[in-house]
Design a protein around this ligand. Structure first.
Ligand SMILES: [Cu+2]
Length: 325
């Protein structure tokens, strides 16, 4: 019996490799752009390559700007105001994104002082927010969970944005262990675009932030137990959505709702029952095995301990379901 416990360990370890992940591709309008596998020898891309699928931890981490050790990308996509941008995130084994708990936010920054974003240092960026996505409905699943079935996260380039070179920073914040300070997992990414058109929209100076800089580890949306009170309003970290994005200065308070609505429409291709099934499994992963390496080894320990106490077969089944799903 002890030998079967030992056999389980490789299964558990291989399942944690597939947690975390990166931004694998981006669609802009009708164009599609591939990203580079973290740490692989890079091909030309508009997506800045990172070197590690693990999350950025700590709100003062310099990698909060564009992801783990993000490198300049060689290409820039031509885009237009009003284009839909779709972000396709994958796990460490290129399967669907696994986390389902926490917000997604999109920022942009003008690549100032350079001819192209392919030579722009993101630590100089002045970021403004263009989208916040929380739960699909109060107390319900998070918009992030729609990506567990392979759907992208979508954002619209502001209709009236002034032309120029911009970084688009799409960020996932996984909150499954965020009840502990430092537990929040940040997954930022940067995509390089050149926007055409003749718009005049721009953020105001007080809507611009630095990243890192705009977040604190104790922010109510970063140090938060989202499980104990799911109906509580989620307080997004960082600045509000820039007022020009919705064409009026009073619109910023309604953006979280409109953002969630637009993306929930994008992820409903499967049959309803299939979606529910997948969501249920994913919820189990994040709630029962929240902390990746740390908690997986805890589970292994618990299995071994439980096992030596000759607990029932039922306990075994529960543990197995958790680790494999
Ligand atoms: Cu992860």
């Amino acid at each position: 019996m002890i030998s079967s416990a030992t056999l389980l360990v490789p299964i558990l370890l291989s399942s944690l490799v597939s947690a975390h992940g990166w931004l694998n591709s981006v669609n802009i309008g009708s164009q599609s752009f591939q990203g580079n596998v973290p740490n692989a020898s890079p091909a030309g891309s508009i997506i800045r390559q990172i070197n590690d699928v693990d999350p950025v931890k700590g709100s003062n981490n310099p990698y909060l700007a564009c992801g783990q050790n993000a490198q300049l990308a060689t290409k820039v996509a031509e885009a237009q105001p009003g284009d839909q941008v779709s972000f396709f995130w994958v796990n460490g084994e290129k399967g669907p994104w696994v986390h389902n708990t926490g917000p997604m936010q999109t920022y942009m920054a003008a690549c100032t002082g350079v001819d192209s974003c392919s030579s722009f240092d993101a630590s100089n960026a002045d970021w403004f927010k263009i989208q916040e996505q929380g739960r699909i409905s109060p107390g319900g699943a998070w918009t992030m969970s729609l990506m567990n079935s392979g759907a992208p996260s979508n954002v619209t380039i502001p209709q009236n944005i002034a032309p120029g070179n911009y970084l688009i920073r799409h960020e996932l914040i996984a909150l499954q262990i965020a009840q502990t300070q430092g537990g929040a997992e940040f997954y930022p990414s940067c995509t390089q675009v050149k926007i055409g058109g003749s718009g005049t929209g721009a953020p105001t100076n007080d809507e611009l932030v630095k990243l890192p800089g705009a977040y604190k580890d104790t922010d109510p949306g970063i140090l938060v137990d989202v499980f104990s009170n799911p109906n509580a309003d989620y307080i997004f970290p960082g600045p509000p959505v820039a007022a020009f994005v919705n064409g009026s200065s009073s619109a910023s308070t309604s953006t979280s709702t409109s953002g969630a609505a637009s993306s929930s429409a994008s992820g409903t291709s499967g049959s309803p029952s299939k979606m529910c099934k997948k969501k249920k499994r994913a919820v189990v992963v994040d709630q029962v095995a929240p902390g990746h390496e740390e908690s997986y080894s805890m589970i292994i320990l618990r299995i071994v301990v439980n096992h030596s106490r000759s607990t029932t077969r039922q306990t075994w089944n529960v543990s197995l379901t958790t680790s494999v799903s």
